[in-house]
Design a protein around this ligand. Structure first.
Ligand code: C2O
Ligand code: CU
Ligand code: CU
Length: 564
């Protein structure tokens, strides 16, 4: 209880308690990134030391990875945490096998070396583990970090981009610690707020336009960010890129997993002090961190005392300007063309439901189904444009996150999204009884076995099974049966190198099986018939995944093969 009270007092009275200088994580840049995740510990409060997970030299949180669009990068993740883990690049558009989902396990003592091209636009992304049932525990202990992608379009704009000088990483997390000062991954009384792993932080920012890259890396809490005295600021970018123009506002609400880049004009304020705050009193009921139902006096503490109040998060001391400061807000940023509803080729609907009677605490599921690693929830043909409709039938709000894509919100309860939500998103907060539709294109990467995840980014909900998975496959038609169901047709070898053999065991004399082979873009590369055995030379075919469709005994079946 002691820690809860002191944090509250700090939150309310600001300078009455010692502030700690904000930790600015070091950066790694170039094309080779080495991340060694290890057990560590930090003396956060008096008494027992807090067990953490550190990355490289850091005892808590990892370095900020600075990547360049178009670069081919190689990441080497070494696991020394004493447990199995994975590493996911949240927001990066990469192939399923590089995505670090729950099936890309890294054993304790082992390593994982994904390599891919950075296709994302300049924006702020992040990394964290995605271990089945342990994401909350591992990420909360400090196994996470920021990724900043830069590109030429962003570089051409007059924006602050000197890391730690006028461009600040701001990773905000709330926690509950137990009486031995250890993280409680499922703790709902999350009264401790860290920024970049610093408790009660303060930072010097120069008296000019500064940029902050806000990430809510909390397990459950939504923040309603603003500054002291309702000072206005500009949102310039969200999850997947810069907006077409800065949006002036006094609040930006970020649920777990969401990012925003903001510009704050501190010009002329040298020597003054203000705070980054959460105006949580303004959050609707049902959003974690917002006001909660009143409890009878004397009931045990079930909710964080930070819920529903306005509190300080980061003290900002305004210092003298730097040389050649940015002093104005650009009028325009990066144009963007959202996907249109008329482009859609498919649709899916997700109902968020509470298991049994636990409408407040969960577990929560999608469409009655608890996450099952053996179940493919959706097969999405490559290059589809899909509209997903989400409906929250629970009593709490959920930050819905999707891997692989960035999506555009079409509407919330039939209304167009606010300017702050009009850009490229990978997480959206859906509130109780709300219906949200978004549109996304599933392009570039197809796979026959490795899936992408979608889930609630409240990490305890995710760990409890509020997650599903989808396979982006070559252009197979919905409704076709996989060949595996028919033992009478054999395709070998798979993967194939120089040739592919197709053998039909139960051919009807005079009625050969028709085959059609297409590449991942749906282009037909081969058509023919097979009566008994057929050998196709694949030597000159570009490497990749191909789909063979068989018309055999009145049925259509398909099989995916890899040519390499
Ligand atoms: Cu940030 Cu699937 O996660
Ligand atoms: Cu993700
Ligand atoms: Cu949830």
């Amino acid at each position: 209880m002691k820690k809860i009270l002191s944090t509250i007092l700090i939150g309310l009275s600001g300078s009455a308690f010692a502030q700690h200088p904000l930790f600015i994580p070091d950066t790694l840049s170039g094309t080779n990134f080495n991340l060694t995740v290890h057990k560590d510990s930090v003396q956060v409060f008096a008494g027992p030391i807090t067990q953490t997970l550190g990355i490289n030299a850091n005892k808590y949180l990892g370095p900020t990875l600075i990547m360049r669009k178009g670069d081919s990068v190689s990441l080497n993740v070494i696991n020394h945490i004493g447990d199995t883990t994975t590493m996911h690049w949240h927001g990066l558009h990469v192939a399923p096998k590089n995505d670090g989902g729950p099936s890309s396990l890294i054993m304790d003592g082992g390593s994982w070396n994904p390599q891919f091209v950075i296709r994302n636009r300049a924006a702020t992304y992040w990394y964290h583990p995605h271990m089945m049932m342990k994401t909350a525990e591992q990420a909360m202990k400090g196994d996470a970090g920021l990724i900043i992608v830069r590109d030429e379009d962003e570089a051409a704009l007059a924006l602050p981009r000197k890391y730690g000088i006028d461009d600040f990483p701001i990773v905000v997390q709330s926690f509950e610690l137990d009486s031995n000062n250890q993280f409680m991954p499922k703790g709902m009384v999350d009264s401790i707020v860290f920024v970049n792993g610093t408790d009660t932080p303060s930072v010097n920012m120069p008296a000019q336009v500064v940029r902050m890259r806000l990430l809510n890396a909390s397990g459950e809490r939504t923040f309603n960010f603003g500054f002291t005295g309702n000072r206005s600021f500009y949102v310039i970018g969200n999850d997947g890129g810069l907006l077409p123009a800065p949006v002036s506002t006094t609040r930006i609400r970020l649920s777990p997993g969401e990012r925003a880049e903001v510009l704050l004009d501190l010009g002329g304020l040298t020597g003054t002090r203000l705070y980054l705050m959460s105006y949580a009193s303004e959050l609707s009921m049902g959003i974690q961190g917002g006001p909660t139902m009143p409890m009878p006096p004397g009931s045990p503490l079930m909710n964080s005392p930070l819920n529903g109040i306005d509190f300080n998060i980061l003290q900002i001391n305004v210092s003298v300007p730097t040389f050649s400061p940015i002093t104005s807000i650009p009028a325009a940023l990066i144009p963007d063309t959202p996907l249109l509803e008329s482009m859609a080729t498919g649709a899916h609907t997700i109902y968020m439901e509470a298991d049994s009677m636990n409408v407040m605490d969960g577990p929560f599921y999608f469409n009655h189904n608890r996450f099952d690693m053996m179940r493919i929830d959706y097969r999405i043909p490559l290059n589809s444009v899909e509209i997903w409709t989400l409906f929250d039938s629970t009593m709490v709000a959920h930050p819905f996150h999707m891997h692989d894509v960035h999506f555009y919100i079409l509407d919330r309860d039939g209304h167009a999204p606010s300017a702050l939500e009009r850009g490229r998103k990978d997480v959206l907060l859906i509130q109780p009884a709300e219906t949200v539709r978004f549109i996304a294109k599933f392009e570039d990467f197809a796979d026959t076995t490795t899936l992408y995840m979608y889930h609630c980014h409240i990490l305890m909900h995710e760990d409890d099974g509020m997650m599903g998975q989808f396979l982006v496959g070559p252009a197979y038609a919905e409704g076709y049966k996989a060949l595996a169901a028919d033992k009478n047709i054999m395709v070998f070898p798979n993967p194939a190198a120089n040739e592919l053999n197709i053998k039909v065991l139960d051919a009807t004399p005079g009625s050969p099986t028709k085959i059609r082979i297409s590449d991942v873009l749906g282009r037909v590369v081969y058509t023919g018939f097979v009566q008994d055995v057929l050998q196709i030379t694949t030597q000159s075919w570009p490497k990749g995944i191909y789909t063979i469709v068989f018309e055999h005994k009145g049925e259509t079946r398909f099989e995916n093969v890899v040519v390499n």
